[in-house]
Design a protein around this ligand. Structure first.
Ligand SMILES: Cc1cc2nc3c(=O)[nH]c(=O)nc-3n(C[C@H](O)[C@H](O)[C@H](O)COP(=O)(O)O)c2cc1C
Length: 230
């Protein structure tokens, strides 16, 4: 099979949140799909090892926040490359509680969809959760971020736990004689020709000259986790 055919399927970028009693957790998903319009139902594919999966099974509620194009990479890194088992992902993050009594992210979000679980299908590695809409609202007029925009414009990657992960995902942008460095945790590539605008790093800054406190813009690990890419 030509696996490139799969890359022709379009997706969006979302933060899926759920709760377990007074605890809240969330993760990045791209696998969101409206299934029916009457009633409005939405499906999402979630890895069975994820803490968010455990929370949805327990509380039977979840909310999907649609990310805007200007969502910072460290927000995606926080929710997409870390597990709530190791960290409180909601520290310093703006959120609200919806009609389904489930907290959701409101920072860098264009719309929120509040759901109650009505069905689920075991897909082996993942579960397809199906929810019925109880409420939804527009939060901003910004453009929603597509999966393609995340990869092609923001230079983002996907972890192995994502349903659409592909090995070829980790590659550098452009050609350069300056050394690029790859993050061993998330696959982000530091390209000295581009620098890191969000962190105030000018284009032309060599990896070796980055300040010690510089962190991976995607997953937040330190410089020590990077290795040179020839
Ligand atoms: C771009 C992107 C897309 C992702 N899509 C999905 C997805 O659709 N389903 C899924 O289960 N995980 C997906 N992930 C991975 C989860 O966000 C990730 O495993 C997260 O750390 C799980 O967190 P948790 O254990 O706190 O629930 C994606 C990650 C990224 C960066």
């Amino acid at each position: 099979m030509n696996k490139s055919a799969l890359h022709k399927i379009s997706y969006g970028m979302y933060i899926l949140t759920s709760k377990n009693e007074d605890k809240v957790n969330g993760q990045i998903v791209n696998s969101v799909l409206q299934l029916t319009s009457n009633p409005i139902t939405i499906g999402v594919s979630v890895n069975q090892n994820n803490l968010t999966h455990e929370f949805i099974e327990k509380s039977k509620v979840f909310t999907i926040s649609v990310l805007s194009e200007d969502a910072p990479m460290n927000l995606i890194g926080n929710f997409g490359f870390k597990s709530g088992r190791d960290t409180d992902k909601f520290e310093g993050i703006g959120c609200k509680t919806g009609d389904n009594n489930c907290p959701s992210v409101i920072d860098s979000v264009v719309a929120c969809l509040e759901l109650e679980l009505i069905n689920q299908t075991d897909m082996g590695s993942h579960t397809l959760f199906i929810g019925k809409i109880v409420n939804g609202d527009i939060m901003s007029d910004e453009n929603p971020m597509t999966y393609e925009y995340y990869h092609n414009v923001k230079g983002g990657r996907s972890p192995k736990s994502a349903p659409h992960y592909i090995e070829a995902d980790i590659k550098t942008k452009g050609d350069s004689k300056m050394n690029k460095h790859v993050c061993n945790v998330c696959g982000y590539v530091y390209n000295p020709e581009e620098g890191d605008e969000d962190a105030g790093i000018e284009p032309g800054t060599m990896f070796e000259d980055l300040p010690d406190g510089w962190i991976c813009p995607t997953c937040g690990v330190s410089k020590d986790e990077f290795e040179k890419k020839e």
